[in-house]
Write a protein that binds this ligand. Structure first.
Ligand code: IFM
Length: 438
């Protein structure tokens, strides 16, 4: 028996501006790509050309039958020079939001998703003394211009990934490798969120505001091995919980420091979870176990992890809705994505948790940051050369779930039953046990 009913959880899909829009915005990621840091040599200039294909893409969202769409804004387009706002860019986003409204799709808009205007980056990014004021100036302008069309906002996407990849591992711009600086970035981003949360509520009292937190499971390789257990707890705290607590509650705990002027409070209207995988831990270097089910990038497929994380959050904040702001998998041939969606949504439906939204990552194959175009997470296939869009089987499966309010026996037989997960990553093979964090 494969069918189930998806009670009280509405479906959406998620995207980020830099990953789909295409074009020559002056951002740190455009420069990073020009400098040759992308695995396959691609750049965000191509992506899926969404900037010029909004109408076509909204039709595809209609085909998917989703009621919700998480989209990002490209800060560099909106504010190409410090304090100078581009009315045409703002109008472009207004048009897009109006088209979404006409299609009956509710937007959830992300203000910051990894990418910075070059002028902000070169001034020190979030480490600059004026970073908070600068981000608030951008936020204020955007909310004043678009707030009548948007009720739900995400201030920052995955601050911990932004901080670790850019400032600890040095794999993302600005390519720094320093723990102290990483903690400083976590600190500032938490303050930025709190200030932006307050500002958005001042401007639009009815708005709902949160953060899309990248949360993962760090599991000790051996359950009773003291070093493994200790390392898993420490990584969980340092990588995600400390900054998440600060952002949610205004309580900054070690290694963060309570900022002057920020009081403990409640700085979220929903709990946003981006969930992808579990890491196995023996020391402070995480890894992926051997002989387990993985996606194309070698990330362990572990749908139970989302429920474990959501339950823990729910126990701590029982009265707050949970939005799965991202969940998906890299599967270039669409060989197991339907099973992935099925396994994840079935667990959600059985969990009894207030998971009100599930935004699948992602709508259409896109530009996956340092990995480039090779990692395909989309429900819709994009031929990057011709920009032709084709609905995948997993897209049809997802559309059926949206239409039927769950998975029918027939859909299970057609899309899921024959699919199995792979046990080897198919992109960029590397030695087993290599740290991934992402
Ligand atoms: O593509 C990214 C997205 O930008 C942030 N969350 C994880 C996704 C898959 O890696």
């Amino acid at each position: 028996m494969g069918g189930f009913h998806l009670k009280d959880c509405e479906l959406g899909v998620a995207t980020a501006a830099t990953q789909i829009e295409g074009g020559h915005a002056r951002t740190n990621w455009h420069r990073w790509a020009e400098q040759g840091h992308i695995d396959d040599g691609s750049s965000p200039v191509r992506a899926t050309d969404h900037w010029n294909r909004v109408a076509q893409d909204i039709e595809l969202l209609g085909e998917l039958g989703v009621r919700h769409y998480r989209m990002g804004l490209e800060w560099a387009r909106i504010e190409p020079e410090p304090g100078v706002f581009d009315p045409a860019a703002l109008q472009h986003y207004r048009d897009e939001l109006e088209q979404l409204a006409a299609a009956g799709i509710t937007p959830l808009v992300t203000l910051h998703h990894f990418n910075n205007p070059l002028w902000f980056e070169d001034d020190g990014g979030f480490l600059s003394a004026s970073a908070i004021d600068t981000f608030l100036r951008y936020t204020e302008r955007v909310v004043n211009e678009l707030g009548d069309l948007v009720e739900e906002w995400i201030t920052i996407n995955e601050p911990n990934i932004y901080g670790t990849h850019g400032y600890l591992f040095g794999e993302w711009p600005p390519g720094i490798k320093d723990l102290k600086t990483t903690i400083r970035v976590f600190q500032v981003m938490a303050e930025v969120h709190i200030r932006a949360y307050e500002l958005i509520h001042r401007l639009r009292p009815g708005a709902r505001v949160g953060v899309a937190q990248h949360l993962r499971i760090f599991a000790p390789k051996l359950r009773f091995h003291p070093r493994h257990v200790f390392s898993a707890k420490l990584l969980t705290w340092l990588f995600q919980t400390c900054s998440q607590w600060a952002m949610n509650s205004g309580r900054f705990r070690y290694p963060l420091v309570q900022p002057r002027g920020i009081r403990p409070g409640r700085y979220y209207d929903f709990l946003g979870i981006n969930y992808y995988s579990r890491s196995t831990v023996t020391s402070l270097q995480d890894s992926v176990d051997e002989h387990i089910e993985v996606n194309d990038l070698g990330w362990e497929i572990y749908p139970e992890g989302l429920i474990r994380i959501a339950r823990e959050l729910h126990d701590r904040h029982p009265d707050v809705p949970i939005y799965v702001t991202e969940n998906g998998t890299a599967d270039a041939t669409d060989a197991f994505r339907s099973r992935f969606i099925y396994d994840q949504l079935k667990l959600i439906s059985e969990s009894g948790l207030p998971i009100q939204r599930y935004y699948h990552w992602t709508f259409i194959d896109n530009w996956e940051w340092a990995v480039g175009e090779a990692a395909r997470f989309g429900l819709v296939h994009c031929d990057f050369g011709t920009q032709e869009r084709t609905m995948k089987d997993s897209g049809r499966f997802f559309a059926g779930i949206a239409a039927d309010g769950g998975v029918t026996e027939e859909a299970y037989e057609r899309y899921v039953r024959g699919q199995v997960y792979a046990r080897e990553r198919s992109i960029f093979p590397t030695a087993p046990g290599e740290g991934l964090w992402g």
